[in-house]
Write a protein that binds this ligand. Structure first.
Ligand code: ATP
Length: 362
């Protein structure tokens, strides 16, 4: 903890590669803190398998209390697919935090970087603003019970939840962001088939669009959008969409812009924010010191930027920009890359390189 600490960050390592990429991320944050005097204080808590071994649950309730009390949360990847059922302590920490902290906006940038040819052949700099608390996610659609059920052994049904409030606030987040960028919003939907639910979503987005006459607004059907991203992702600025379309499109967009291994993201609400890489816990490479920590480091920079804006603290905003620049500089050097990007450095060594870049920032 630094002497003048006032920004409390809760650190949740997560499973598999989580501890390795979190260690590299903390090294980078501490270097930024030393260089710029950000006043960061880190508290650690166990989630996932570590918590299950100790307390019989992958998401202890005390962790939620700590997350509510912290200024921001760093969340490592979690192996939710491998967890036991809920009645044996398997709870999805990522979903719990999104619901309980009301993190309705999942902000997922996809940006091409020096040294990586974007797969669509043109530079990419877009942000997907994905609704995070409703949609086709069965754990988020019901007041009581579950959004997926089987009336008979041969019939499975799923409920998709779209609300006026949820659609309006995600649209507002997208237009606010676009106002600070290239002033262009694309709403993605499937209202030609889901006339009622995506119809309500579009009605809400259009109402918000009308309040932002300085932002160009267009709509695309999800299937056409998937193709357009491949053809020319460079034409998009801010893309606003519902939960599952956003999940799928953001993996596509980050892969087109360079690599999913670089894809950062922030889960943000009005009061809370959780930094979380887009990728999963990668059990196949866990414990080998080969995972790429870039996505989590980039997510941590997004958290600093969010805190800087919210607290009107320019130092935090500068810290975010400095980490982004250090990350870009490290990734641009082929000999500094991790093996997923064709380089030879391990997780730890790559983290040190990014941290070293920050020591010269003042
Ligand atoms: P989830 O469903 O949780 O997203 P997944 O199994 O679909 O998980 P990942 O865990 O993201 O996907 O892994 C997909 C592939 O990408 C694996 O081969 C994994 O090793 C690789 N991978 C994921 N993250 C990284 C990383 N940070 N560095 C290097 N390789 C990674």
């Amino acid at each position: 903890m630094t002497a003048n600490a006032n920004i409390d960050i809760l650190v949740l390592e997560g499973d598999d590669i989580g501890p390795e990429i979190m260690a590299a991320t903390l090294r980078v944050l501490q270097a930024a803190d030393r260089a710029l005097g950000l006043g960061l204080a880190f508290e650690h808590a166990a989630i996932g398998w570590a918590a299950h071994r100790a307390e019989g649950t992958t998401f202890p309730s005390a962790v939620l209390d700590k997350a509510l009390a912290a200024h921001g949360v760093l969340l490592g990847p979690v192996a939710t697919n491998a967890y036991p059922p809920a009645n044996e302590g398997g709870r999805n920490p990522s979903a719990e935090l999104r619901k309980r902290l009301d993190l309705y906006a999942n902000i997922r940038p996809a940006r091409s970087r020096a040294g990586f040819a974007p797969r669509c052949g043109k530079p990419v700099d877009l942000v997907i603003v994905r609704e995070n608390t409703e949609g086709f996610y069965a754990d988020r659609s019901m007041h009581l019970g579950h959004g997926e059920f089987m009336p008979t052994p041969d019939l499975a049904l799923a409920v998709r939840k779209i609300t006026r409030e949820g659609s309006t606030r995600i649209a507002e987040a997208a237009f606010r962001l676009a106002s600070q960028r290239r002033r262009h919003v694309t709403a993605v939907h499937k209202a030609n088939v889901l006339r009622v639910s995506d119809g309500l979503y579009l009605e809400c987005v259009r109402a918000v669009a009308a309040r932002y006459p300085g932002v160009t607004y267009e709509e695309r059907i999800i299937d056409a959008m998937a193709a357009l991203l491949v053809r020319d992702a460079g034409q998009f600025d801010v893309i606003v969409t519902t939960n599952m379309y956003g999940d799928i499109l953001s993996d596509e967009a980050s892969e087109i812009s360079g690599s999913l291994g670089l894809a950062a993201s922030l889960n943000a609400g009005t009061e809370h924010a959780v930094a979380q890489a887009q990728h999963g816990s990668a059990p196949d490479i866990a414990g080998k010191n080969v995972a790429n920590p870039s996505a989590l480091i980039g997510s941590a920079a997004m958290l600093l930027a969010w805190l800087g804006e919210r607290r009107k603290d320019d130092k935090l905003a500068r810290g975010a920009r400095a980490i982004e620049a250090a990350l870009d500089a490290a990734i641009a050097k082929p000999e500094w890359r991790t093996s997923d990007l064709g380089g030879g450095l391990g997780t730890d060594a790559f983290g040190r390189k990014v941290a070293e870049q920050l020591s010269s920032v003042a």
